[in-house]
Design a protein. Structure first.
Length: 278
């Protein structure tokens, strides 16, 4: 006996109906995925910033000194330990004792500072040949875990090329930088400086600080020194006053309006230093 097979298949209406169901399901799946990813991005952005602010507070308490959190760009920031005030600075030639010769650089002095600890740290890590290499091949100083000084007045920083030593001609501690790394009014006499705890850091991709935290010049470029500052005291509390803020707001760049942000998240620092995400 022959078997009969049904070759009728699906009608056009049935196929269109199935495709419609698939399209609707895909829409909900993609929408759900976007919502999940948006949630992850929001959490990542706020958590990273909160952790960095918390780290600055911890350093202030552990080091028993003021620590500053500076906004250095629309999406960048640094953390600095309080340093001192520059009492003398400028280009010149100075005898560098650990090199046994004179070197030209931009030299910075603080007659009230004692930088012996930093000198000990450098000489303990690097031998004389390392130091000579760092100085003589000045384009390679970034490979050394050097000291970075931050000019709190100008909002700029430069990596130290000549580690601290006592200038015998002045009987003062001094520190040297490449002339090309110091521009404008950086490290002028009277400027307040700090020591960067880490390299400059950045917000997650696609996030920037709210425009209330900085100024842009006429060309739309970030103005150095205009960024908001959070100052932690040695007991973990924050410094108040017109020079400081008690919170930071970030958000995603809005592609339809480049000058604005969306999905904002705020990090609020209470007077005692406790941090809240809003």
């Amino acid at each position: 006996m022959r078997k009969r097979f049904d070759n009728s298949g699906f009608t056009l209406l049935e196929l269109l109906g199935v495709m419609g169901v698939i399209v609707v399901m895909s829409f909900f799946v993609v929408s759900g995925y976007k919502s999940i990813m948006q949630g992850i991005n929001d959490t990542t952005g706020s958590k990273g910033l909160r952790d960095s602010v918390q780290l600055a507070r911890q350093h202030a308490m552990l080091d028993n000194t003021k620590v500053f959190f500076f906004v250095t760009g629309i999406n960048s920031f640094v953390m600095c330990r309080e340093g001192g005030t520059i009492t003398e600075s400028g280009d010149g030639t100075v005898e560098v004792p650990y090199l046994g010769k004179s070197e030209s650089a931009f030299w910075v002095y603080d007659e009230w500072a004692d930088w012996a600890t930093m000198e000990d740290g450098f000489t303990a890590i690097y031998n004389e040949d390392d130091l000579k290499d760092m100085v003589n091949s000045k384009s390679n100083e970034a490979k050394y875990k050097g000291i970075t000084m931050y000019d709190m007045n100008e909002g700029r920083f430069a990596r130290v090329v000549f580690p601290p030593f006592v200038d015998a001609s002045k009987d003062l501690w001094c520190i040297g930088f490449n002339e090309k790394d110091v521009s404008g009014d950086m490290f002028e006499v009277g400027s307040t400086y700090g020591w960067m705890l880490y390299e400059e850091r950045f917000l997650p991709k696609g996030y920037i600080f709210d425009s209330k935290h900085y100024k842009l010049d006429s060309n739309g470029v970030f103005e150095f020194g205009s960024g908001s500052i959070i100052c932690f005291n040695s007991d973990g509390s924050i410094e108040t006053g017109s020079d400081y803020v008690d919170g930071l707001t970030i958000g995603e760049v809005d592609p339809t309006q480049p000058s604005s942000i969306k999905n904002t998240v705020s990090i609020v620092v209470e007077g005692d230093g406790s941090i809240v995400v809003e």
